[in-house]
Design a protein around this ligand. Sequence first.
Ligand code: ADP
Ligand code: MG
Length: 257
Amino acid sequence: MLNSPEGHISITGVSKNFGRHKALDNVSLEIPPGTVTVILGPSGSGKSTLLRTINHLERVDEGFIQIDGDYIGYRRQGDKLYELKEKEILRQRVNVGYVFQNFNLFPHMTVLENLIEAPVAHRQLSKKQATERAYELLDVVGLRNKADAWSRHLSGGQQQRIAIARALALKPRVMLFDEPTSALDPELVGEVLDVIKTLARSGTTLVVVTHEIGFAREVADQVVFMVDGKIVEQGESDAVLNRPQHPRTRQFLSKVL
Ligand code: ADP
Ligand code: MG
């Protein structure tokens, strides 16, 4: 159900400024389809900004991002890029699921209503089909018995698992996670990481910003370390986590481990 051979993210020379501050400074990164990339780095290093540009929630100032060859937020004509219309951007965003630190479920809806809203609104599925898919997704996150609960009555860990299911409802090629467990009580972190691990095995391309080094070690194909808007180190998780070369990576890892 979740398998997809798609989801190749290609980031080429991306820079993003906020006023005079360079939040991203010439970032290039290849994320092969079906792989898990963990992004590490101190606060303010540009991790969230990088994720947001992959969804065109931030417009880049230089460079470009492609998913499976399509320019994110742009259409190429000759050697020029033209920004897509809002409607086309929304259509493109269907390919990219996004999970935030703070769940962002609709509190006035039941769990089931949260899960069927987007596919029905995007006319991807009928209400009946969306309901069937919602139950499949509830099985993926282990919460079928909460279908009729109010989302505000769930624990933080359960809400985040529903937020993941909701992001999957549109069958994205790529899932982006921005510190998905950092707002949770420690005892609830594991259940959310377990769901992400299940997705990792399903072949969806995952990009995860997290400080959970154990998770990175177990699941990541690639680890990227950012400082001041730049990628200072990247490679296989074992190499970056166990034999970091850059002093900032060493310093960071010695603090979080
Ligand atoms: P991280 O997620 O690694 O903590 P961010 O990507 O959130 O870092 O931020 C990178 C830098 O860009 C920070 O200095 C932050 O203050 C700045 N920044 C992020 N978003 C905005 C914005 N909308 N306006 C101005 N500055 C921003
Ligand atoms: Mg952030």
